[in-house]
Write a protein that binds this ligand. Structure first.
Ligand code: NI
Length: 395
């Protein structure tokens, strides 16, 4: 084993610049929904196979794991990319726009997959200089609970792994910046479904009904007390009712109303408390007005909590790769990510690679029909992955 020369590393990174854009465009044009990434996984498998020197496996039909085993003592570092697209009709009009109606890479996972492929290509070329093992996780189904990460963890893909890293192309941040932070980065996204069960009847005779609409309105209003009055204002919490369904006509009081929505938090104690508060409110209001209810609460992914030591080491690697000015302490977001499933098993860190560019009109939010990433962010993310992996290996 010998120290990697800077010149060699730089020339390898430069040599895959076209690949990473080409792969991203191919994936962008051929998006697949969560748990359906068959062609994507096959493309990834074939591409990895062309690099040689990797032990490939398919833990699920739509995921791929590649192990670069050096045979020399050292840590095992897992590097993850997610591969799934979203049920959105693309409104972009570039050459490589989605060829599949109603399906679109609207979160940047096409870029994540392309960057990890390119990182694998570079690290395979550097294999004689590496120690331990690099394990590349091409994960299916990040967008759809229960998510692919937990399935991969259950399949043992983290066995023997010392640390895991992942990154997200991030449109709210301009290209040329990387945001990282220790501790809480992304929230635990839970969901709920409440049914208010009243008694329907003629709208002209409200006294003969139990009006589920009026009761539902009270429930929606009172649920707001949880964030504004029950919760400590210094603990982040979101509670949003995002859908109300009930009623059929202007002269009918409906017998039931359904409310669904999301709760996002970081703190596990708070997270356990919220459904109890919610049900107390729903129970109290429905009882007060002679209605009944059903209440379902679904815990989603865990919060993304970045390990202090791994984050510090990755941050140092990124500062080395890009300079201090590029690396910013990012704010946490109430969005969710199933990268947290890996972090529940091994120490890990997840960070954001800026991919917005107002000058190029790349301003749309993630999951928007006109979302795209600035392709200039791809070599940045690739460089970040390679430097972070090398330094975590200790080379
Ligand atoms: Ni995403």
């Amino acid at each position: 084993m010998s120290r990697i020369e800077t010149e060699r590393l730089e020339s390898l990174l430069a040599s895959v610049r076209e690949d990473v854009v080409r792969w991203r465009r191919h994936l962008h044009a051929h998006p697949e929904l969560s748990f359906e990434e068959h062609e994507t996984a096959q493309f990834v498998y074939n591409t990895l196979q062309s690099f040689g020197h990797l032990e490939l496996s398919r833990p699920m039909p739509t995921s791929v794991v590649a192990r670069l085993v050096t045979g020399r003592p050292g840590p095992t570092i897992a590097v993850r990319a997610d591969m799934d697209a979203l049920p959105i009709e693309e409104e972009n009009d570039f050459e490589f726009k989605s060829t599949r109606s109603g399906v679109m890479h609207a979160c940047g996972h096409d870029g994540h997959t392309a960057m990890l492929l390119a990182a694998a290509k570079v690290l395979v070329a550097l294999r004689d200089h590496l120690v331990g093992e690099v394990r590349f996780l091409f994960q299916h189904a990040e967008e759809l609970f229960p998510g692919g990460a937990q399935e991969l963890v259950n399949a043992g893909v983290l066995d023997g792994v010392d640390a895991a890293i992942g990154q997200h192309l991030w449109a709210p941040m301009e290209t040329g910046r990387i945001g990282i932070r220790s501790g809480a980065l992304m929230a635990a996204p839970d969901t709920f479904r409440i049914c208010i069960l009243g008694k329907g009847g003629h709208a002209a005779q409200p006294h003969l009904t139990v009006d589920s609409i009026v009761i539902a309105a009270q429930v929606v209003t009172n649920l707001q007390h949880i964030v504004s009055r029950y919760n400590d204002p210094l603990r982040p919490l979101v509670l949003s009712v995002t859908k109300i369904s009930g009623g059929t006509a202007d002269n009918v009081i409906p017998g039931s109303v359904e409310l669904i929505g999301t709760v996002r938090s970081f703190d596990e104690t708070l997270r356990a408390q919220v459904p109890q508060w919610m049900e107390r409110i729903v129970k109290g209001i429905t009882e007060a007005h002679g209605a009944s209810y059903t209440f379902e609460y679904q815990r989603g992914y865990r919060a993304v909590l970045n390990d202090a030591e791994v984050t510090a080491r990755v941050r140092a690697a990124l500062v080395e790769a890009f300079g201090e000015d590029v690396i910013v302490e990012t704010e946490p977001t109430m969005g969710g990510e199933d990268f947290s499933a890996y972090q529940a098993a091994v120490p890990g860190t997840f960070y954001f690679v800026g991919a917005g560019n107002a000058a190029k009109g790349i301003v749309y939010p993630h999951h928007h029909p006109r979302f795209t990433v600035d392709e200039d962010a791809l070599p940045i993310g690739l460089r970040a992955l390679v430097f972070a992996t090398l330094r975590l290996l200790g080379v």
